[in-house]
Structures are given as C-alpha cells and as structure tokens.
Design a protein around this ligand. Structure first.
Ligand code: ACO
Length: 433
C-alpha cells in the first residue's frame, strides 16, 4: 500500500500520496490538492517544490553528492570526455565507440551556419554582452531553419528521429556561435572549425586559432576545457534548466527553449556569478588585497554586496564541483606557468569565510563559480565570456531535460498565485480622476 501524508485543513482531512525517489528522497504529491480542497500551496523561489520526476541528475546538497545518470561527478570529470558525458545525460547510458563516433559525425555534418548569421552578428555593437548575443543568435537560427519540424504526415519519421535531428543541430551550431562571439570581440575572422577534430578540440581551435599562425593543440587547455564543461553539464532543476523545461512545455522548439535558458543563466545569482566573481577578485586586488574589508561588506545587511561565488540554494556543506575546480585551477596555472595573485586572494577569502560564523551559520561555501573564472582567465578567455562558457557546458543538460520533459508528455508549466491586489472597483473616466 502507498504511504500517505495527512493534511488537516479547517478540520477536514486530506490524504496525500508520498512519492519516493530512487535515492529515498520523499515528496508529498499535491497534484490533486486544488481539485479536492480548492486550496493551493505557496512557495516563492520553489524552495520546497519539486516540479517533475527526473532520471538525469541526482544531488544531495547536505552530503555534497552530484551524479549524472548514477555516475559520480568526480569520476566523470577525471575519466570521461565532454561528448561522452553529453551522450550520457541525453540518452541515459555511456556511449560505446560506435555510438560516440556516430554522434560526433552527425554533429560534424551539421556544423555549418548560414553566412547571414554572420551579418546579424556584425550588427551587434562590439560592446554588447556576449550572453545577449548568444541568446539572440540561438533564437535567430530558427529563422534559418536548422530545426526539423515534426511531421505529422510522415510515418517513417519517428518522434525520436525528430528530436535527435534537433539535438544534433543544436550541439553542432551553438559551439560555433560561441566561438564566433568570442572571435568578434577580439576582432578575429570567423571560421567553421575543422571537420576532423574531436568535439572539444574543435571548440578550442575555433576559439583560439590566430589567422596568421599555425594552430598547435595544447593538451592542458583541452583537458581543462573538458573538465569545466563536464562540471557544468547538468545540475537538475536549477533556474535555467527549469526555464528550458517550462518554455519547452508549451511545445516551443528546442532552440527557442535553449535561447530562454541562456537568458536565465545570464543573471549574477546564477551562471553570471562566474563573471561577477572575477570582477570582485580583481576589485579586491586593485583595492590593495584587503579581503577582510570585503568580508565585512558581505556580512553588512545594509550593503548590497554579496560574496560572489559563495552560497548555493541546494549545497549546504560543500559544492563537489568547487572542490574539483579548485584543484584544477592550481594545476592549470602551474602547467601553464602562470602566477596569478587573484588565486591567492580567492584562497584567503575562502579560508576566512570558512572560519567566519556568518558564513558557517548560513552554510555558505564556495560554489562551482568561485574558482572557474580563474581557469577561464588562465585560458585567456575574457571575463564577459565566462557565462557563455558555462552555457556551452550546460547545453547537454538543457537538451536532456527538454527531451525528458517531451518524452514524459509533461503538461504545460503554469503555476498559480495568491492574488493580493485590489478587489473589484468601478472605472472612473479620466476627467474625474
Ligand atoms: N554573501 C553574503 N551573504 C549571503 C550570500 C553571499 N554570497 N549568499 C547568501 N547569503 C546570506 C543571505 O543574505 C541570507 O542571509 P539572512 O538569512 O541573514 O537573510 C542567507 O545567506 C541565505 O541566503 P538566500 O539568498 O536566502 O539563499 P538562496 O538559496 O535564496 O540563494 C544564492 C542562493 C542565490 C546562490 C546566494 O547564495 C547568492 O546570492 N550567492 C552569490 C551568487 C552566486 O555565487 N551565485 C551562483 C550560484 S551557483 C550557480 O547558479 C551556478
């Protein structure tokens, strides 16, 4: 028999089903609550609300556990390539060589973007933020028909084929847009990459090749890119992924849904934090490196300043991604022979925060974005591009959730509200107001 929760509303008792996940987490199923009681729940920021059942990513914020499809993030970051992880997230299993090669081939066969997109890119001011450009161009691509429309007439074309085609188009074209946005900021010519390279190798080449020099692949850079992209690849129902799911639930296309996800990721409280962290660390350095002064600002409730890269809605002990990135930042800087004083400032700030009762009491720890910017900077990626790199990493996660949501035939996302506005009142003509 199913376990129940009892809810007593004004002496009338309701039995609600308890739902148990595969890792024993429990939720109360309130999907029939309004029908049976005319009452809704109120949960700003969805701090206590599950929006779906999902089999993609498991995280335990108290224990600092993160797994994609059952595999630990530590093992994937150490042993897998980004494209393997993308396949795993989207299709549920690690690919064998044939499956991985087919995905890469299909991506390569679709990695051409209409030249007119270049013209649209050129109309943006050079100072425009790359996240705004990326979101706009992702949406603009729809007009150039990279998307396959679902054909209701064709029997041969299954729904899975339709989704596969769109997924491949997206995984092929977005990295190119990212590279183009980056190159345009630097005043470099835009190209179409190299058909023969691996996924991350091609992204790296498209971003960093100089027009007057032979491009030499740097293993340290490729490894760092792979790791960063894997660590960002999914994080269950965060702000941007929930956005992708909710936009897609209206049957908006994958490109339209992902474009909305990019916009959601942009904010400083979400993916935009990586850019904000580096701005903060640089400001501390320019100010003479007094970390205590900035710690005091972060704790002052009258000051809007927050310690960027600290705190997380879900992780209340440590963010496992931050642990991996901290070690990677040390290694990348060391391997590339870079001595960046900003890394020392970040480490002091972290140490002080970990010993400070304000941060201890509120369970605030460094999140994934605290050290990632230091690596991006070492790879000579400009600050404004950091969140774009995050978006590139998050693509497979957004795609996996969009596909899961479609396959589960989830209803259109449409929360309710408690109305606290004016009651019915009479309209007064403008002359009598
Ligand atoms: N610096 C100082 N104080 C903080 C910080 C911070 N970075 N984060 C939270 N707090 C304080 C809040 O002021 C609040 O204090 P109070 O209880 O005295 O009012 C308490 O800690 C709880 O904070 P909330 O904002 O309620 O926590 P919430 O779960 O809503 O927010 C968030 C989480 C947005 C990540 C927040 O910690 C934050 O703003 N961090 C800085 C931005 C950041 O790094 N974002 C990236 C997150 S990871 C990602 O999205 C990829």
């Amino acid at each position: 028999m199913k376990e129940k929760a009892k809810l007593n509303i004004n002496n009338s008792e309701l039995n609600l089903d308890l739902i148990q996940g595969s890792e024993s987490e429990v939720g109360i199923d309130i999907s029939k609550l309004r029908v049976s009681s005319n009452i809704i729940t109120l949960d700003p920021g969805y701090k206590n609300t599950g929006s779906c059942k999902s089999g993609i990513t498991f995280l335990d914020g108290e224990k600092g556990v993160l797994r994609y499809r059952g595999y630990s993030i530590e093992e994937l970051a150490e042993k897998a390539s980004f494209l393997e992880v993308a396949y795993l997230l989207i299709y549920g299993e690690l690919p064998n060589t044939t499956q991985l090669n087919k995905l890469l081939n299909d991506i390569q066969n679709n990695s051409i973007i209409d030249e007119d997109i270049k013209r649209i890119l050129e109309t943006f001011p050079k100072s425009a933020h790359p996240m705004g450009i990326l979101s706009s161009l992702t949406s603009a691509l729809i007009a150039f028909k990279p998307e396959k429309k679902i054909s209701l007439k064709s029997k041969e074309e299954s729904y899975e084929d339709y989704m596969y085609s769109n997924i491949v188009q997206l995984l092929a074209k977005i990295p190119m847009l990212v590279a183009w946005v980056h190159r345009r900021r630097k005043g470099l010519s835009l190209d179409y990459g190299n058909y023969n390279l691996g996924y991350v190798e091609n992204i790296t080449k498209m971003m960093f090749q100089l027009p007057n020099q032979e491009y030499i692949e740097n293993k340290v850079i490729i490894d760092a890119m792979n790791k960063l992209l894997i660590l960002h690849a999914d994080h269950e129902q965060n702000c941007s992924t929930s956005t992708v799911r909710i936009v897609g639930s209206s049957e908006a296309s994958l490109f339209a849904s992902v474009s909305a996800g990019i916009s959601a990721l942009w904010g400083r409280l979400h993916g935009g934090a990586n850019e904000a962290v580096l701005e903060m660390l640089e400001a501390i350095r320019r100010d003479g490196g007094d970390t205590k002064k900035f710690m005091a600002k972060a704790k002052d409730k009258t000051d809007p300043f927050r310690l960027m890269g600290f705190g997380h809605r879900v992780y209340k002990n440590f963010d496992p991604r931050a642990k991996i990135i901290k070690v990677a930042a040390d290694k990348v800087l060391n391997d590339l022979g870079i001595n960046d004083p900003i890394l020392d400032i970040a480490k002091s700030l972290e140490q002080e925060a970990l010993e400070d009762s304000y941060f201890i009491d509120r369970k605030l720890y460094p999140n994934v974005d605290f050290y990632s910017g230091i690596i991006y900077k070492a790879l000579e990626i400009p600050n404004e591009m950091f969140t774009v790199m995050f978006a590139l990493g998050r693509l497979p996660g957004w795609v996996a959730h969009w596909r899961e949501m479609r396959n589960n035939k989830e209803p259109i996302g449409r929360p309710r509200q408690i109305y606290v506005g004016e009651k019915l009142r009479k309209f007064n003509h403008i002359n009598s107001r």
